[in-house]
Write a protein that binds this ligand. Structure first.
Ligand SMILES: Nc1nc2c(ncn2[C@@H]2O[C@H](COP(=O)(O)OP(=O)(O)OP(=O)(O)O)[C@@H](O)[C@H]2O)c(=O)[nH]1
Length: 202
């Protein structure tokens, strides 16, 4: 039987507990949303196949628990990820400040050259906003990565965010670019990962 997809990409979502990682994955994979909060225990994944640049890309999206007590389990999954999505909650300043720690965790645990993406989730809650878009844009620019504000509740930018990460991985793996050149100029993509003595390709 012919293979149902051209590429399989493993993605991982990280970020503080309660920022909406599980909800983003459920919105992306099942187009559903639930207000009830059930904190993730350890790790889980969902699958969706998308069409990008004429290729069928099967996305295996791993959901990690944001709680500190699961860190040993969750960081073990970083190495196999081709793309990592860092999520904060636009109504929770601490979750944005902690993005720096999550970035550090990627440096320590993920493969060199892993594609990263920053998401400010819950953008449907404008009245409770604590993190300004410009702050996050600046942080994303400093790290040379893309940034989207999303809402798992309203669907805003959810498909766009996952597709953009998948496209970047595809391009890096030898696919062809067709437009979408909105990636900010990289400031750190050419730095070497000391631990792995490998350079990121950008
Ligand atoms: N208004 C709004 N609420 C959201 C959104 N995304 C998630 N939530 C709510 O935020 C709470 C936490 O969502 P989860 O997806 O479980 O958070 P998580 O990041 O997976 O949390 P952990 O599993 O503990 O790491 C739930 O009550 C969700 O309903 C969103 O985009 N908008």
């Amino acid at each position: 039987m012919a293979k149902a997809y051209d590429h399989l990409f493993k993605l991982l979502l990280i970020g503080d507990s309660g920022v909406g990682k599980t909800c983003l994955i459920i919105r992306f994979a099942e187009d559903n949303f639930n207000n009830t909060y059930i904190s993730t225990i350890g790790i889980d994944f969902k699958i969706r196949t998308v069409d990008i640049e004429g290729k069928k890309i099967k996305l295996q999206v791993w959901d990690t628990a944001g709680q500190e007590r699961f860190k040993t389990i969750t960081t073990a999954y970083y190495r196999g990820a081709m793309g990592i999505i860092l999520v904060y909650d636009i109504t929770d300043e601490k979750s944005f400040e902690n993005i720096q720690n999550w970035m550090k965790s990627i440096k320590e645990n993920a493969s060199a050259g892993v594609e990263r993406l920053l998401l400010g989730n819950k953008c449907d809650m404008e009245a409770k906003r604590k993190v300004q878009k410009e702050q996050a844009n600046k942080l994303a620019r400093e790290h040379g990565i893309r940034f989207f504000e999303t809402s798992a509740k309203s669907s805003m930018n959810v498909d766009e965010a996952f597709s953009s990460l998948a496209r970047d991985i595809l391009l890096k793996s030898g696919g062809r670019r067709s437009g979408n050149g909105n990636k900010p100029p990289s400031t750190d993509l050419k730095t070497c990962d000391k631990k792995n003595t490998k350079c990121s390709l950008g």
